[in-house]
Write a protein that binds this ligand. Sequence first.
Ligand SMILES: Nc1nc2c(c(=O)[nH]1)N[C@H]1C(S)=C(S)[C@@H](COP(=O)(O)O)O[C@H]1N2
Ligand SMILES: [Mo]
Length: 162
Amino acid sequence: MSSFFRVLLVGVSLMLSGIAAQADDSDKIVLTVSGKVTNGEAVDFTLAELEALGIASITTSSPWEAEAVSFEGVSMVVLLQAVGATGDTAAILALNKYRTEVPVSDFIDHGVILASRKNGEPMPISDKGPLFVVYPFDDKPELNTEIYHARSAWQVRSIVIE
Ligand SMILES: Nc1nc2c(c(=O)[nH]1)N[C@H]1C(S)=C(S)[C@@H](COP(=O)(O)O)O[C@H]1N2
Ligand SMILES: [Mo]
């Protein structure tokens, strides 16, 4: 191959990889955890970084899903361990500015997850994504109260450990 075509090929493939990088969201920060975490330094996560912590799943119906569906995401206990959280309350903030305070004991007592997928698929913002705090409502019917519904924040963007 002539050097001209080599240069052209390299140029075209660089251009295409640039387009691919723009088209996917792999660099996008989906979650920031701050407050009482290691060294007080806020920790940012892409979706892939978050899911690399390990995936747990909860299959349940909810006030938002009449039929049981599978939610998959990182266990809140694992997430808090990963950032070195030492507080006992997690203030969870959503993209729509909704804010709710959840006792860290809930995460331990109920195996709460920060779901990033529903039935294996990432959740769009229009369907409570990209991150949704999910309690095991079907396994623990006592969680079907206003208190736990209010702690079930969707469109989660950040968490402050207090
Ligand atoms: N992002 C986000 N999550 C949220 C809310 C909200 O307004 N925004 N409302 C909370 C409250 S107070 C309750 S009771 C339930 C209400 O869900 P509903 O509005 O679908 O009935 O979701 C909780 N999660
Ligand atoms: Mo509510």
